[in-house]
Design a protein around this ligand. Structure first.
Ligand code: HEC
Length: 127
């Protein structure tokens, strides 16, 4: 039950986050999966298994080591490391980004979801 709640409830939107206000919204992981397939699969793989420089987002990767707000920020703002992770804030709404995060969470194992819950508690979004 807790795991299900984790899957369907993801911490606040990007803009809400910038305003220092975290919201819990009901979101649809299936919508997130559709958005993922359209926008992310090309680099991260159809099953989020990772490809070239784009890391896996499935249980093989370490995406579950990020708090919800960190995942939202990485997706919204993009990130340059070894490879280039594009920013999505101009193309996807806050809700769409949250839906993608919810969809990614459904890929993780029960243990990984529990672990990430702990990270959420240990590393809340900065004010
Ligand atoms: C053009 C290729 C490309 C596309 C398209 C892309 N990504 Fe990425 N993504 C990357 C790369 C490369 C990295 C690693 C960046 C780095 O080196 O830090 C990354 C990193 C990430 C991370 C951090 C993973 C971790 O374990 O730290 C997340 C989360 C992520 N991407 C989600 C997404 C989502 C969701 C989408 C679709 C909305 C998406 N990406 C679309 C290339 C892409």
């Amino acid at each position: 039950m807790i795991a299900l709640a984790v899957v369907i409830v993801v911490v606040g939107g990007v803009r809400a986050f910038r305003q220092g206000e975290l919201r819990f919204d009901r979101i649809d992981p299936q919508q997130g999966t559709r958005i993922y397939q359209r926008n992310c699969a090309e680099c991260h793989g159809a099953d989020a298994e990772g490809k070239d420089r784009a890391p896996p987002l499935n249980p093989a990767g370490h995406a579950h080591h990020h708090a919800d707000w960190e995942l939202v920020m990485i997706i919204a703002e993009g990130r340059g490391g070894l490879g280039r992770m594009p920013a999505w804030k101009e193309k996807l709404s806050d809700r769409e980004i949250q839906a993608v995060v919810a969809s990614i969470k459904t890929l993780w194992t029960e243990d990984q979801r529990r672990f990430q819950q702990e990270i959420n508690r240990a590393r809340p979004a900065p004010p």
